[in-house]
Design a protein around this ligand. Structure first.
Ligand SMILES: Nc1ncnc2c1ncn2[C@@H]1O[C@H](COP(=O)(O)OP(=O)(O)OP(=O)(O)O)[C@@H](O)[C@H]1O
Length: 655
């Protein structure tokens, strides 16, 4: 085996260099001849950046004042200037890469690609290029439904009958925008009406398709990145359909009947197979559909976006829904964030404003107009009015202040918390915070979960439907309250908190003795996809006792998971479950796509690069009614988190 040259000193890179990254560096070093050590180190750093969600190594950031510390960490480490191993600054890096035969311009077989000042692994560069080209083609497409503005207007007026909560009616504008383009995005914070808007859009699309003689209607599919997000979208689509159907005339009623409520996970939609990256549906075997709506699109990474676009027929529309301000996917590429980078200010051209006015009667205000707007700008609409939070609601105000990076406002809100918001200090080794934050509350906290599991349990001879009903009640209670945290490890991470909460629940008599790991009421988190069981990474189930005549005590434990439709329950034997862990505390990352009535958001007691503005915002907006912020450390940690916006290297939409 070739000796690993110690002059490369990858361990001095000050990156979170993984074994995988070093192995990549070794491979390049073995094959390279006369290549500067700096080029190899940059290649290893580029590979290491992927673990932080960056699809590329941005040399301007690396050589800039923050010194290339992974996004958001510069302040935490207080370092100024590039790291020591970057010899000769930006010019030195560019010269080293120019001399490396493993770096190309994307046209050849080289494993790395340099574009301007950004270094990519070729695989991600190619995926980014395919995404740009595909979205560009769909933006240029004029869908058949877009050709008759008067008919569009008639249909939009038929579905938007309530007085709008704001002027202009951004939901109506979002519908019109999505009708006019083969690719569109509706972004907005929690409860801004993304689902409501898309149900109206789909009804209008079906109405317009029928009007142009397409009797079979459009083939529409709804999807979301995770099972949890898919289940939630299924519920809210079904609710929105019910509400619209209640006041619909015959034409609208017929169109609504053709709007599906079933939601697929993206993996299921694409036909993912175990142990291979290849999907059943791809460019050579495209999906058979006309419209695809993907919710929670902020969770889509670059590879998933690439796979979805590839599998979508050329004529099909893609509508992405999501909150651009949420945490991006853990994998590389904040695709939605990049695509929505200019959404805040609209940038609609005069021609687009005229078209929108013709199609929906709404006038885009001057502040959102821009004669230099791009094709992508015209296809993105940001909804701004939350129907979930009143203007004075604690959660809404807190989330908005965090999103603005307004640390003084966040501090002021926590000094005099409005309804729905509370600050709980966890100090001096005392467990009082467990009670103060609602975790031990008998009506709303975890004891309520055990109470429903114990008190509402059916009689032994009850019917299967009764057992399912009970399981649904337990799962509904599980969805009412959740402890969230920033980290996995450490006393204030998910692992430490789970142990602490479980032992406290044991002390209070809810959880049985330590040896009994599968006890009634134990909530568990699935850590791996399991296609055969229909379980996805991130699904949460609850262990419950059900009758088993074959056993001496007459009972066995099964884990109940919510099924695909509203009343369905999947019962799984613990022995068949893939990797799971107890989940009294869930990381904010894993909670994406879920919502709870009440949330206790526990911060760590020291600074962490993971504790960012996006994480706080995402955690806070998982709560519908009440948010308790638990602070075990100094207030300054919260201030740092609010100021620490994730700075991803971008590089997908504008390489
Ligand atoms: N124009 C509107 N007028 C009145 N109520 C509305 C309107 N739009 C949405 N709502 C209500 O606001 C709530 C949230 O709407 P919706 O679920 O569509 O938002 P969302 O952006 O998809 O939310 P999230 O993704 O955070 O779940 C629903 O109860 C819905 O009925």
């Amino acid at each position: 085996m070739t000796e690993f040259p110690d002059w490369l000193a990858f361990d001095r890179l000050e990156e979170d260099v993984r074994d995988l990254d070093v192995a990549f560096g070794r491979l390049l070093a073995c094959q390279a001849h006369g290549v500067p050590a700096l080029a190899l180190r940059l290649a290893v750093a580029c590979s290491a950046r992927l673990a932080h969600g960056h699809p590329c190594l941005d040399l301007d950031i690396l050589c800039g004042p923050d010194g290339g510390v992974p996004a958001g960490e510069a302040g935490a480490q207080g370092r100024a200037g590039p790291p020591d191993w970057v010899e000769g600054g930006l010019d030195g890096c560019l010269a080293a890469l120019a001399a490396a035969d493993f770096v190309g311009d994307g046209g050849g077989p080289e494993p790395l690609v340099l574009q301007g000042h950004r270094l990519y692994l070729a695989r991600y560069w190619r995926a980014g290029r395919r995404i740009r080209e595909d979205i560009g083609r769909r933006l240029a497409l004029e869908p058949p439904e877009a050709r008759d503005p008067a008919l569009i207007r008639a249909w939009l007026d038929a579905v938007f009958t309530d007085p709008p909560p704001e002027t202009p009616d951004w939901q109506k504008l979002a519908c019109a925008t999505a009708l006019l383009h083969g690719f569109s995005i509706v972004t907005g914070g929690p409860g801004t009406g993304k689902t409501t808007t898309v149900v109206r859009l789909l009804a209008v699309l079906q109405g317009l398709a029928r009007a142009r003689g397409l009797e079979r209607g459009l083939r529409i599919r709804l999807a979301a990145p995770t099972g949890k997000a898919a289940a939630r979208l299924n519920e809210s689509i079904a609710g929105a359909l019910d509400r619209l159907t209640a006041s619909a005339d015959a034409d609208l009623g017929a169109a609504l009947e053709r709007v599906p409520a079933e939601v697929f996970t993206l993996h299921r939609l694409l036909g993912s197979r175990p142990d291979t990256r290849r999907m059943k549906f791809h460019a050579g075997n495209p999906l058979d559909l006309d419209v695809l709506v993907v919710d929670e699109a902020s969770m889509m990474d670059i590879e998933m976006m690439d796979a979805v676009l590839a599998a979508l027929p050329a004529h099909a529309r893609l509508v992405l829904l999501g909150d651009k301000d949420q945490l991006a996917s853990v994998e590389a590429g904040a695709v939605l964030g990049e695509l929505c980078a200019r959404a805040q200010d609209g940038h609609y051209t005069p021609a687009q404003c005229d078209r929108l006015r013709e199609c929906c009667g709404e006038i885009v205000p001057e502040a959102w107009r821009d004669p230099a707007g791009t094709a992508l700008d015209q296809a993105v609409v940001m909804l701004r009015h939350s129907h979930r939070f009143q203007a004075d609601s604690g959660i809404g105000r807190f989330a908005a202040a965090v999103n603005r990076g307004d640390a003084p406002d966040v501090a002021a809100l926590l000094r005099h918390p409005p309804d729905g918001l509370s600050l709980v200090r966890a100090r001096g080794g005392s467990d009082a915070w467990l009670r103060d934050s609602g975790i031990l509350d008998g009506h709303a906290g975890y004891p309520a979960l055990f109470r429903v599991a114990r008190d509402e349990r059916p009689e032994r001879q009850a019917s299967p439907a009764d057992w399912d009903r009970w399981a649904r009640a337990v799962l509904a209670q599980q969805g009412r309250f959740q402890v969230l945290c920033a980290l996995r490890d450490g006393p204030w991470g998910a692992r430490g908190l789970n142990r602490r909460i479980e032992s406290r629940l044991r002390a209070e008599g809810w959880v049985p003795v330590a040896e009994q790991s599968w006890y009634p009421g134990r909530p568990v988190l699935v850590l791996r996809n399991h296609a055969a069981l229909g379980l996805a990474n991130g699904d949460i189930g609850v262990a419950l006792p059900v009758p088993d005549p074959a056993r001496d005590d007459g009972w066995m434990i099964r884990v109940a998971f919510a099924g695909a439709s509203r009343d369905a329950v999947r019962w799984v034997s613990p022995a068949r479950l893939p990797e799971v862990e107890t989940v009294y505390a869930l990381t904010v990352h894993k909670s994406q796509g879920s919502e709870f009535d009440r949330v206790a958001l526990v911060l760590p007691d020291r600074r962490s690069p993971l504790l960012t503005r996006e994480l706080l915002y995402t955690g806070a907006t998982r709560a519908r009614c009440a948010l308790a912020l638990v602070l075990p450390g100094e207030d300054i940690l919260l201030e740092h988190a609010v100021r620490q916006a994730t700075r991803r290297a971008g590089g997908i939409w504008n390489p």
